[in-house]
Design a protein around this ligand. Structure first.
Ligand code: UD1
Length: 463
């Protein structure tokens, strides 16, 4: 078994998903309502933030996804006591933080990149931290140079070994002036989680300002941190000696919401995403409307539907917030295969995030990936050297095929394509999808999808 399949099975097992493949009979619109809870991209970081406190924290809206199980395992390995008093509510008690062995960190981390964010809090609490070889979705090199340079700027000593990376803080970490080469989400979180307890002031330039980062800042402020978000991507953090636990309800998962919205459009359906709010999705909603999708912002969610008639092609450039998020392009591209004409998606955040389109082509799509991008006078985002472009020509009817999930968002796009396609598809490695989509099998059932799990246990809630 290769490592992707192993990762997928581990991820599936962490959330009790028994089957690692799904057979879908497509061509039927998805209709109904699904609920989204806290954002994967906030919840996992909020859990790490609890390490910085000297009293317990309570996090609400925690989804049942395997990345949460990974972080729980890592926190427990470091002595954090975790309890769940009610569904979606975690209490994290950092009273007895201890070091963990490389092998233990490695065993829990699996394909997740989250251990890198343990560094700052562990350096404050214990004076040292280990990071095993990092995984995450295979969507490019995903280096950690910004993280390590930031940690060095705070005074950490970074030593690489064959097992991973060992960090120490011979003296107390001190605030620093840091400018990121790119507004990286992870590196911004790294700086926040380290600077809040460093001595003195940190000024971070070219910071990421995603809604999940603003929510993390809100959490840190509740804990006693002093953080000001200033104009032009500057964040100033005044370090404090100690932090206390927080109580917080996580911001909703806008990436999951956008994925279900795309599923409604691609299948000609009508899906209400409970828990979604407009502000965090404004850029997505504009594109959704331009493509020909309809939406209605409700009191407790957003309804997305295909109004009938042809879809229109669009040109999209993925970008950092407030731009069109890179995690939205994969599900939306499935709908774009049904638009009349040529759509272009420029990927400016990652260097290799179109691998999933091969499977869509096997299902009948016409998508050509240009590895070094396309020149165009109408570009909004300045060209980055790692840019790729996908040209999607539609409409092309999709037909069933056997496909293999390559990564989290690409995998969800395969599900959508199989649901939209005429005929039967088998999607394997679906465990990867459980890294970021809570109870997706149950949600598909709620929306009327026609599928089978090749096992006696036909539900991911059967546990
Ligand atoms: C986070 C999100 C992911 C989203 C991405 C961009 C989580 C768990 N994941 O990933 O869903 O797609 O933000 O919005 O929150 N880079 C470097 N060196 C570094 C760090 C990053 O070169 O040290 C590069 C990356 O290779 C990539 C770009 O910066 O090209 C953006 O990465 P980053 O914003 O850090 O993404 P993540 O935090 O990993």
């Amino acid at each position: 078994m290769n490592s992707l399949a192993q990762d997928s099975q581990k991820a599936a097992a962490r959330v009790g998903l028994v089957s690692d493949s799904i057979t879908i009979h497509g061509g039927k619109p998805l209709r109904g309502r699904v609920e989204v809870r806290g954002a994967k991209n906030l919840v996992t970081k909020a859990m790490v933030a609890s390490l910085l406190a000297d009293t317990p924290s309570t996090l609400k809206g925690v989804p049942e996804i395997s990345d949460v199980a990974v972080v729980s395992g890592l926190l427990k390995a470091h002595g954090v006591a975790i309890d769940s008093s009610a569904p979606g509510v975690l209490t994290l008690d950092p009273s007895n933080v201890v070091g963990a062995h490389f092998a233990e960190i490695d065993a829990h981390a699996g394909s997740s990149r989250i251990p890198i964010l343990f560094c700052g809090p562990l350096l404050h609490q214990l004076g040292e931290a280990f990071i095993p070889d990092l995984g995450g979705c295979r969507i490019g090199d995903r280096p950690i140079d910004f993280h390590l340079n930031a940690l060095r700027a705070f005074g950490a000593v970074v030593e690489k070994s064959y097992q991973g990376i060992h960090l120490t803080a011979p003296q107390k970490l001190v605030g620093a002036d840091i400018e990121l080469p790119f507004p990286s989400v992870g590196a911004t979180e790294q700086v926040l989680l380290t600077a809040v307890r460093a001595e003195g002031t940190t000024e971070l330039k070219n910071a990421a300002i995603e809604p999940e980062i603003m929510d993390l800042i809100a959490i840190l402020q509740k804990m006693g941190a002093i953080i000001s978000v200033e104009p032009n991507r500057v964040i100033v953090i005044e370090g404090v000696e100690t932090l206390r636990g927080y109580t917080h309800t996580a911001i909703f998962d806008r990436n999951e919401a956008a994925s279900w919205a795309a599923a409604a459009l691609a299948t000609g359906g009508d899906i209400t995403v409970g828990g979604a709010t407009q502000q965090e999705l404004m850029t997505f909603l504009n594109v959704y409307r331009k493509v020909g999708g309809e939406f209605d912002v409700l009191e407790d969610g957003i309804r997305f539907w295909h109004p009938g008639g042809p879809l229109k092609p669009v040109m999209i450039e993925t970008d950092v917030h407030p731009g069109f998020m890179t995690d939205w392009q994969q599900p939306l591209i499935v709908a774009l295969t049904q638009a009349e004409g040529e759509s272009v998606v420029h990927e400016t955040v990652y260097e290799n995030r179109f691998g999933f389109t091969e499977a869509l082509n096997e299902m009948g799509a016409n998508i050509v990936v240009h590895q070094s991008g396309l020149a165009s006078i109408t570009r909004r985002v300045p060209r980055r050297p790692l840019e790729q472009a996908a040209v999607i020509t539609g409409p092309t009817p999709l037909h069933g095929a056997d496909v293999r999930v390559p990564d989290l968002r690409g995998g969800f796009s395969h599900l959508i394509a199989a649901l939209a396609a005429e005929g039967t598809s088998t999607v394997s490695n679906v465990g990867i999808i459980s890294r970021g989509y809570e109870l997706f099998i149950d949600k598909l059932r709620q929306l009327g999808a026609d599928f089978e799990l090749p096992s006696a246990v036909a539900s991911d809630t059967a546990r």
